[in-house]
Each structure stands twice: as structure tokens, then as C-alpha cells.
Design a protein around this ligand. Structure first.
Ligand SMILES: O=C(O)[C@@H](CO)OP(=O)(O)O
Length: 211
């Protein structure tokens, strides 16, 4: 066995609450989102996890979640790499629109296809496959080598950038990943084998609803 990879989706954001497509827009966490991050951080502290390095996106909701988690595990100021490769899927022209208004305008089915198909991008935006096309290489070159050297690495990111990673780690099919909604603020702890396959996966509590 080599190292440990912990993935955590940011807590609820203002735009999750308002039911808006968010993508690369940059809303803050809500009070609930802050509490979700605290709960996730406490679960990591209770599990006795200590990190060597953290990764996050360039968006506030993921960075704030990371800061709260690091505070809970007693590692404020841990070396952190921020990269837009870990950003949420770009929602293109849908960014900032209300999800129900979009359903009224384009129909339930079309909006569902944009939100949950594997390779149909929303207008001007990214599909999950497009998101994976930037997340996977970043994982391979920046994150995985550290885990294989035995480090414990924390990644605080987004619903869809993390779904792209979970798809590969859990060997999920396109159909399976589309059904998976990651809970906010709930850490997923992966222990990896030396050949980069998953030795074990533990989800630390599952008290939060996915959005
Ligand atoms: O709005 C977004 O950016 C994402 C995540 O909240 O939404 P969806 O559930 O459609 O992937």
C-alpha cells in the first residue's frame, strides 16, 4: 500500500441554495455550507488524519471549505496548491440561471441531459468528459505521484470535478457516474495501492444531501 487521498466536495454555496447553475462563478458558502465543512473536518480529525499537502480550485467555496477543514484537523497554513484544473465543470451560458427557469425554457429532459449526460456539454460549457479531460491529467501529474510516494493528500473541490476523479478511482461506467451525486462536506478517504488502484475507500459519515 502507498499513500492516502482524501476528497471533499465543498459545503453548500449561496448558489446551491438559490438553485442557480454555478460552474466557474464564485459564490460564498452558506451558513449550512460552513457547518458541513466543519463537520467534515471534524470527521477527519476524529479519524486521526494528518495531511502532507492540500489541493483546491481557484474558487472561493472550495478554498473556504479547505480552510475550515484544515482548521479542524489542526493544520492551518498547510502547503496548498490552487489550480483551475480542479474547478467546477464550466456551465457556459447556463451559469447564473435558475435551474427551474432553465427547465421551463428548454424542457426537463434537455436540462437533465446538460446536467447529467457524460458527453453533451451545455451551450458554451463543459460536459463531464470535458471536465475529466483537465482533471485527469492534473491528477496524474500533480496529485497521484505524491500519494504513491506515501503522502496523505487532501483535495477540496467540486461536485463535477470530483465526480470525474471518482469515476476513475471507483472504475465506474459512464452510466454509473451519472447517477452519483457527491454529498457536500463528506470526506472520501482512499488508500491506494502502489500500482495506483484503490486498496480501500471509506466515506466518513453521510449526513448531508447532495445538491
Ligand atoms: O451548478 C453547478 O455548478 C453544479 C453543482 O452544484 O450543478 P449540477 O448539480 O447541475 O452539476
Amino acid at each position: 500500500m502507498s499513500g492516502t487521498l482524501v476528497l471533499v466536495r465543498h459545503g453548500q454555496s449561496e448558489w446551491n441554495l438559490k438553485n442557480l447553475f454555478t460552474g466557474w462563478r464564485d459564490p460564498d458558502l452558506t451558513e449550512l455550507g460552513i457547518r458541513e465543512a466543519e463537520t467534515g473536518g471534524q470527521a477527519l480529525a476524529d479519524a486521526g488524519l494528518k495531511f502532507d499537502i492540500a489541493f483546491t480550485s481557484v474558487l472561493k467555496r472550495a478554498q473556504d471549505t479547505l480552510r475550515i477543514v484544515l482548521d479542524k484537523v489542526g493544520q492551518t497554513g498547510l502547503e496548498t496548491i490552487r489550480d483551475e484544473a480542479l474547478n467546477e465543470r464550466d456551465y457556459g451560458d447556463l451559469s447564473g440561471l435558475n435551474k427551474d427557469d432553465a427547465r421551463a425554457k428548454w424542457g426537463e429532459e434537455q436540462v437533465h441531459i446538460w446536467r447529467r449526460s457524460y458527453d453533451v456539454p451545455p451551450p458554451g460549457g463543459e460536459s463531464l468528459r470535458d471536465t475529466g479531460a483537465r482533471v485527469w491529467p492534473y491528477y496524474m501529474t500533480e496529485i497521484l505521484p505524491r500519494v504513491l510516494r506515501g503522502q496523505t493528500v487532501l483535495v477540496a473541490a467540486h461536485g463535477n470535478s470530483l465526480r470525474a476523479l471518482v469515476m476513475v478511482l471507483d472504475r465506474l461506467s459512464k452510466e454509473e457516474i451519472l447517477k452519483l451525486n457527491l454529498a457536500t462536506g463528506v470526506p472520501m478517504v482512499y488508500r491506494l495501492n502502489a500500482d495506483s488502484t484503490v486498496a480501500s475507500k471509506q466515506v466518513l459519515g453521510d449526513m448531508s444531501d447532495a445538491h
